[in-house]
Design a protein around this ligand. Structure first.
Ligand SMILES: *Cc1c(COP(=O)(O)O)cnc(C)c1O
Length: 389
């Protein structure tokens, strides 16, 4: 064994695929090519001014400079409870049903360590956020894929989960509005999930990264608003995408009090909480004003329309997503996900991501992120029209 050899668990997961994408972009740029990246979903606009102002004030306060508690500040928990009541009609007890997370990614990963043993299974939406599979594997457990079926509005068919898999499952990761498909939750699906989780005693983890990023008047629900959801589930609410706060690492886990207590117990062994100045900035994000969010959504909707109509012109028909910062589309005849994305990179110097990057059920699709300035999106769709028509 060499001193830098990875553990067998680490070896078992493929390298984080976004790294390959970043390398491809870097190589092209080094060769002097003007690459437009619509690959990674990271908002291009700055954090809203009232949030930055709250942070500027908070960071000067020595009261926030010490170790935070993993339970979170009273103000943070109260702001989330108030927000969930006002926004989703969900009652949250600020003393037990919500604690901070250092981003949704940390939360999802640590939930795997809090709940999974070898032999246990986590059910993971496929295509899906890579940590739904990487987390369980690193925790020494197994990830079983839940294929999202286009004909079911990109919901999985829960009746297709084999009985022996369902009986070993302890966690289930779902996410609506959905990355990467842009789908919104189909009518009745959350209710099915609650029934399935009760039957098989599975803790549902609803990854809510996009409920505030929606279009055309669609208002996304919280999973926790589903009757019985709090008995079987938690929701991870991230401020990253909706509030342009990806760099801040600010999220919360809400819902089932016992599950949150178990996650807290794990965390006290792993990290030392979310910087309290960032918690106070999070409070200001949740309290509003909401017009920066509405303006941001109007911007994404405009970019989405540009992309959808340009794709139509090159023969790729897609439905306009009602949420998220992505357009998910089938690759043209004769292509795989990878071959089409390589063609677009070579011919148009535009980076888009192959659907297969998010799991085997993403094969045959590609994803365009709407997180580049309008003029870059316009340039990108112009190049695609020119080189691919
Ligand atoms: C971006 C994203 C995350 C990451 O959220 P952080 O709070 O920044 O860690 C989690 N889940 C999904 C589905 C995402 O798209």
């Amino acid at each position: 064994m060499g001193i830098a050899d990875p553990s067998k668990r680490l070896e078992a997961i493929p390298p984080y695929k976004f790294q390959e994408l970043e390398q491809q972009i870097a190589d092209k740029r080094a060769a002097g090519i003007d690459v437009i990246s619509l690959g990674i979903g990271d908002p291009d606009q700055p954090t809203y001014p009232h949030v930055v102002a709250a942070m500027q004030e908070a960071v000067t306060n020595p009261a926030y400079h010490q170790y935070p508690s993993n339970r979170g500040r009273d103000e943070f928990r109260a702001a989330f409870a108030e927000f969930y009541g006002r926004r989703f009609g969900v009652e949250i007890d600020p003393n037990g049903e919500v604690i901070p997370a250092i981003g949704a990614k940390e939360c999802i990963y640590n939930l795997c360590f809090a709940f999974l043993d070898p032999g246990d299974v986590a059910l993971a939406s496929d295509p899906g956020y890579p940590v739904y599979t990487g987390g369980p594997i690193l925790a020494g457990a197994e990830a079983e894929l839940l294929p999202l079926v286009p004909e079911l509005g990109f919901a999985p068919d829960l009746s297709a989960v084999p009985a022996d898999v369902a009986s070993r499952a302890r966690l289930m990761f779902i996410n609506y509005p959905n990355n990467p498909t842009g789908a919104i939750v189909p009518e009745g699906f959350f209710e099915q999930v609650v029934a399935f989780a009760k039957e098989h005693e599975i803790l549902v983890v609803h990854d809510n990264a996009y409920s505030e990023t929606t279009y055309d008047g669609y208002v996304a629900p919280s999973f926790l608003a589903t009757p019985g959801a709090k008995e079987v589930g938690v929701e991870v609410f991230s401020l990253s995408k909706g509030y342009n706060m990806t760099g801040w690492r600010c999220a919360a886990i809400l819902g089932n009090a016992e599950a949150i207590q178990t996650y807290w117990r794990l965390k006290t062994n792993v990290d030392s909480g979310l910087f309290e100045a960032i918690q106070m900035a999070g409070v200001s994000a949740l309290e509003g004003p909401t017009d920066p969010l509405e303006q941001m959504n109007a911007t994404y909707a405009r970019r989405r329309d540009l992309v959808v109509s340009a794709l139509g012109e090159i023969g790729v028909d897609v439905a306009s997503p009602k949420g998220t910062i992505y357009v998910w589309a089938p690759v043209p005849e004769g292509h795989t996900s990878t071959s089409f994305c390589e063609l677009v990179l070579e011919e148009a110097a535009v980076v888009i991501s192959p659907g297969s990057m998010y799991g085997p059920s993403g094969e045959g699709f590609f994803r365009i992120a709407l997180t580049a300035p309008d003029e870059r999106i316009e340039e990108a769709v112009e190049r695609m029209r020119e080189h691919l028509s």
